[in-house]
Design a protein around this ligand. Structure first.
Ligand code: PRP
Length: 183
């Protein structure tokens, strides 16, 4: 496994999903989405900040006509665990009633963030509501929330890069890394 060299006092990062593998999964997800939404128009809803790179790549990979909007949701907890307390800091700008909405997440962990958003969006009566996540991390799932499109399934571990952060660091890394657990 490749480990990137960072100054001391930085957590050790081990490469998990290289950029080529991410690109392959994004392309495969786009094909699946195009197939499912043939003849329809989509509204992609990215959950900021973590999904910013994924939504940028996915939006360019799909052929289905799509509008793009975003929400900003913060969940509270430790650096690596969610508490279940979720705050919507930036709402959608577009109405969604009667539209086919596809929520774009970087990672679903406890599921609290997604559950809060889906509950809010369903009140607005979209024609359909589905979820696409780059990473589905199931070990600590605390909700019944369902995910329709999954890039990678991760049993456990804390990951950074490609939008995902550790204390706001590493979002810009083009690959995804596992953070060593004693970091
Ligand atoms: C992360 C991630 C997901 C959420 C998943 O966001 O981007 O939105 O946590 O965790 P959950 O399933 O346990 O709710 P975070 O709150 O860290 O904000 P960020 O997107 O700005 O990094």
């Amino acid at each position: 496994m490749q480990t990137i060299g960072l100054p001391q006092a930085q957590p050790a990062l081990t490469l998990l999903y290289p950029r080529a593998e991410i690109a392959e999964r994004v392309a495969a997800l786009a094909r699946e989405i195009d197939c499912d939404y043939a003849g329809r128009e989509l509204l992609l809803v990215g959950i900021l900040k973590g999904s910013f790179l994924f939504i940028a790549d996915l939006a360019r990979a799909i052929c289905t006509p799509a509008n793009i909007d975003s929400v900003r949701i913060a969940s509270y907890g430790s650096d690596t665990r969610s508490s279940g307390i979720v705050e919507i800091r930036k709402d959608l700008e577009m109405p969604i009633r009667g539209r086919h909405v596809l929520v774009i997440e970087d990672i679903v962990d406890s599921g609290y963030t997604l559950e809060a958003l889906c509950n809010l969006l369903l009140l607005r009566e979209p024609a359909s509501l589905r979820v696409c996540t780059l990473v589905d991390k199931r070990a600590l799932r605390a909700t019944e929330v369902s995910v329709d499109y999954v890039g990678f399934t991760l049993d456990n571990g804390f990951i950074v890069g490609y939008g995902l952060d550790y204390d706001e660091r590493f979002r810009g890394l083009p690959d995804i890394y596992l953070v060593k657990s004693d970091a």
